[in-house]
Design a protein around this ligand. Structure first.
Ligand code: M6R
Length: 618
């Protein structure tokens, strides 16, 4: 959701803050703001509704003084519309000497606001956040001790929050607190940084600390002190960021999404690296924490995730069940948590998340841990909360994903799901080892095939552009093609803002076929015809059913599938592969299609309306 950055050190603070916000803008882009304490000792704030560019223009008109300490925020609105007044930072106290930024939701803000109103506090915004600024300022006025005042107030807040403050009377310190929302510290030489994620400061330092739950950070130029909300000292775990700032910059690409689509051969190759031997056998040392006995005694796997990550889970389900014969259920994390599923030590919960900060997914995994179920994360972000809180982590190595629409993180997640399936199957001996190695060898060829699909995607781009007047696009698939179809529809909705639905091809005749009328575009994921038990003939029948009712069909089919051309207006070919693995390939034309159709409509493909990259509220 919101992006947060803090800095103290010798550099020009405004440059550090704006640079950090630029790289965090994907987290929210409803408004942005900064507060700095100038060399003259005065706290100054600028904030503006709309994208970061509006704030930059505002600062050009009303410059800020040189400074060496400050905080910055980019907002995804929850409480209060996206206006200048609701933008962060919020100021606290009658003298407005305290500035505060917040990511998350303060659930008990109404009760706290009533208390402040009764004491005569004037509010300048409709946000939940402003209560925290006034409460801290009031506590500080009483005690004269900023750190104590800060700790006493954050202990009173319920919900999810990362909060940063600076105070005009204390130009040597930034205070930060974290509960249920991400916060990382960047360690510099004579300077230190705070950010919602490492992108906020990676151009300045790669040394980082992931702040734990219910902890407070006292950031000074030469020191970083971390304590729990109760005051106990914390010895932090430092890590080194394994990518550099150029990985999170657009380079010469028209959009981050275009760049990230093109990054996919590397994302898949890096996720496979060190995990598949040249003979196709899988090695997953990351999950050594789960003993072979524990894996053998597993009775069920739940995969929990949201959005695109949940489709990676759906694809993994086909592979894991087929190869390991362990029953797998995929559930949206927010539904899973609140139906209170029955879990125990024989139920493995696999959580998939690019950011590792999705509140719904974290809530689900915390519930699973409480029930005694082992939790395995598939996560793309080092030091993320999900990774820290899980029993084991398979990191996807897609690198930073900046565009809101997930692309390379998805193909890396699918890859990790296949690796997990192969690993579980080999431990359980459910599929002959030679067969698993053959699949592993095919998986090793995927980076090259992904590159081929991307190289030959010009015709898909042209199709997307030519179809920009479509009011609705339907997507059909069977088996792993079904979640691919749903992902294709999600991409189109999120980027182009047009109606799109993904269906299981076999389900169509049970209702959705009523949607088909003359000219309705339908994209069909066609399975390989080569398998003995191939679903190819069934999908061809489904295509015939919709064509008979006027549908215009675009088929995504395997190279060498010569039959399909007779049933489709357009055929997009992808390289042959083991059929369960084909999802990595067939999803890519759908990403390209959504990108080009949305671009033709003039949409902001990197920052689609109403969305944020990392959804840190439930
Ligand atoms: O960070 P996560 O993978 O947990 O995010 C999950 C979803 O919010 C995310 O995949 C979302 O659906 C994307 N915007 C889809 O492109």
């Amino acid at each position: 959701m919101c992006g947060i950055v803090g800095y103290i050190g010798p550099k020009a603070t405004l440059d550090v803050l704006i640079g950090g916000l630029r790289r965090l803008e994907y987290r929210g882009y409803d408004s942005a703001g900064v507060s700095v304490i100038g060399e003259d000792g005065r706290l100054e704030t600028r904030k503006k509704a709309g994208k970061l560019a509006n704030l930059v223009a505002e600062i050009e008109q009303h410059p800020l003084p040189a400074s060496h300490i400050g905080i910055g925020h980019t907002r995804w609105a929850t409480h209060g519309a996206a206006t200048d007044g609701n933008a962060h930072p919020h100021l606290g106290g009658g003298d407005s000497k305290l500035a505060l930024i917040h990511n998350g939701i303060i659930e008990n803000f109404a009760e706290l606001k009533a208390e402040l109103l009764a004491a005569g506090t004037q509010f300048a915004s409709e946000t939940d956040t402003e209560v925290a600024a006034h409460l801290i300022a009031a506590a500080y006025e009483k005690s004269g001790n900023l750190e104590q005042a800060f700790a006493s107030v954050v202990r009173r807040l319920h919900g999810a929050f990362t909060i940063l403050i600076v105070h005009q009377d204390h130009p040597d310190v930034v205070l930060a607190a974290r509960r249920n929302a991400p916060l990382v510290v960047g360690l510099g030489d004579g300077e230190n940084f705070l950010g919602s994620d490492v992108a906020a400061f990676v151009e300045h330092t790669k040394r980082a600390i992931s702040v734990g739950q219910d902890q407070i950070v006292t950031l000074r130029r030469g020191s970083v002190e971390i304590r729990t909300f109760d005051g106990a000292e914390v010895v932090p775990d430092e890590f080194t960021v394994d990518w550099d700032a150029s990985a999170a910059s657009r380079g010469g690409w028209s959009s981050f999404m275009a760049k990230e689509i093109a990054d996919q051969p590397t994302a898949v190759a890096d996720t496979l690296m060190g995990r598949l031997a040249s003979d196709g056998s899988v090695q997953l040392s990351e999950i050594d924490g789960l003993s072979h006995d524990a894996i053998k005694s597993l009775q069920r796997i739940y995969i929990v995730a949201c959005g695109t990550a949940s489709y990676a889970g759906d694809i993994a389900k086909y592979a894991i069940e087929k190869w390991s014969r362990i029953p797998v259920q995929v559930e949206l994390a927010h539904e899973f948590r609140y139906r209170e599923p029955v879990l125990n030590e024989h139920t493995l919960v696999v959580a998939i998340s690019q950011s590792g900060e999705t509140a719904d997914t974290l809530t689900a995994t915390r519930y699973a841990a409480e029930q005694g179920a082992p939790v395995l994360a598939i996560c793309n972000t080092q030091g993320a909360t999900l990774a820290r809180e899980s029993d084991a982590v398979i990191y996807t190595h897609a690198g930073p994903e900046v565009a809101v629409a997930s692309t390379k993180a998805l193909t890396a997640q699918i890859t990790a799901g296949y690796l997990l399936g192969l690993f579980l199957a080999s431990v359980r001996g459910a599929t002959p080892a030679a067969e698993l190695r053959t699949i592993g060898l095919d998986l090793l060829k995927m980076p090259g095939r992904v590159a081929e699909v991307i190289k030959s995607s010009k015709n898909v781009e042209a199709l997307g552009m030519a179809m920009s007047d479509a009011k609705s696009v339907l997507f059909l698939g069977r088996n792993v093609g079904f979640p691919v179809a749903m992902e294709g529809a999600l991409k189109l909705k999120e980027l182009a803002y047009i109606h799109a639905e993904g269906f299981a091809a076999g389900e169509l005749k049970h209702g959705p076929i009523a949607l088909i009328e003359e000219g309705q575009p339908v994209i069909v994921i066609v399975p390989s015809p080569r398998d003995a038990d191939s679903l190819h003939p069934k999908v061809i029948s489904n295509i015939q059913e919709i064509r008979a009712r006027g549908a215009k069909v675009i088929a995504i089919a395997e190279e060498g599938d010569t039959q399909v051309a007779a049933y489709a207006e357009h055929v997009v070919h992808v390289p042959q592969s083991v059929s369960v693995l084909a999802a990595i390939l067939t999803v890519i034309p759908l990403q390209v299609f959504a990108l080009s159709l949305a671009t033709a409509l003039g949409r902001d493909v990197d920052q689609p309306r109403n969305l944020a990259k990392s959804v840190t509220v439930e």
